[in-house]
Design a protein around this ligand. Structure first.
Ligand SMILES: NC(=O)c1ccc[n+]([C@@H]2O[C@H](COP(=O)([O-])OP(=O)(O)OC[C@H]3O[C@@H](n4cnc5c(N)ncnc54)[C@H](OP(=O)(O)O)[C@@H]3O)[C@@H](O)[C@H]2O)c1
Length: 238
């Protein structure tokens, strides 16, 4: 049984952990405060899941989902994920992360910046464009007619193929959105971000965690990516 490391046990990390256990994967999940703070989540997830240190989640696993605030990525131990297949969920929120000049002026995308900070990884961006509550709600087995899709981006084609296999096992089809330089197409405020998975596309920001989702197949994801205008990141307030 493959083992998925998950660094970050918050909204997204715990949602992906639930999918992984449901997909017959082992999980080692870590946060910033230490494994002893994760016992309630581990009890809920059951025996396939263990709490670990960040180092254990990185080194004792087949791939790692990185799901921590962007501002915390620089605090990870140097070389932690060297050579690892990394599925990164990061978004840039200036209100949380502080203003970052090279993102505000679009010199790089968020995923290019994270990849630079991590060093030598086999890096793929995914799970950043869907609300945490919708991750378990929309996951489906691969034969389901109402399966949704997630965009992925990366510069390493083999890593993208392996990441897609994991995501498909977790319950989603994938749409290749291109390279990390292209990944702005599903960053905040684009058509492929968040609202695409809502039953009511006019749902407000306040309803993000409670509004019902609706299945969003690969062709809809592709259309949203194709329609994306590049957001002026410097104008983003949130
Ligand atoms: N929430 C969403 O719906 C959503 C959707 C798409 C993308 N995202 C993006 O996904 C990322 C995670 O979001 P989230 O909502 O899951 O965040 P969250 O609920 O705030 O959880 C963050 C997690 O990161 C851990 N963490 C922080 N610094 C760490 C460090 N240095 N080492 C190890 N773990 C650390 C925290 O551990 P402690 O609890 O111990 O501090 C916590 O478990 C963010 O970039 C976010 O923008 C979020």
């Amino acid at each position: 049984m493959p083992t998925l490391g998950i660094i970050g046990s918050g909204n997204i990390g715990s949602a992906v952990a639930r999918l992984a256990v449901g997909a017959d994967m082992n999980v080692i999940i870590a946060n910033s405060r230490g494994p002893e703070t994760l016992q309630d989540l581990i009890t809920e997830l059951g025996p396939p899941a263990q709490a670990g240190t960040v180092e254990e989640a990185a080194s004792q696993t087949d791939a790692v989902v990185l799901s921590i605030p962007l501002k915390a990525v620089k605090d990870l131990p140097e070389g932690l994920l060297a050579g690892k297949l990394v599925l990164d969920t990061s978004n840039y929120y200036p209100s949380r992360d502080g203003r970052i000049k090279e993102l505000d002026d679009s010199t790089v995308t968020t995923s290019e910046l994270v990849k630079q900070m991590l060093g030598d990884t086999r890096y793929v961006k995914v799970f950043n464009n869907i609300t945490a509550a919708h991750i378990p709600a929309l996951a489906r087995p691969d034969e389901a007619s109402d399966r949704s899709a997630l965009p992925i981006a990366g510069d390493d084609d083999a890593a993208k193929v392996q990441a897609a296999a994991i995501i498909e096992r977790l319950g989603y089809d994938t749409v290749d959105a291109g390279t990390l330089a292209d990944s702005w197409k599903f960053e905040p405020d684009t058509p492929a971000y968040g609202l695409m998975y809502f039953a009511d596309p006019n749902a407000s920001e306040q309803q993000l965690m409670s509004a019902p989702p609706s299945a969003t197949p690969a062709d809809e994801v592709r259309s949203a990516l194709d329609a994306a205008p590049r957001v002026n990141v410097a104008e983003r307030k949130f």
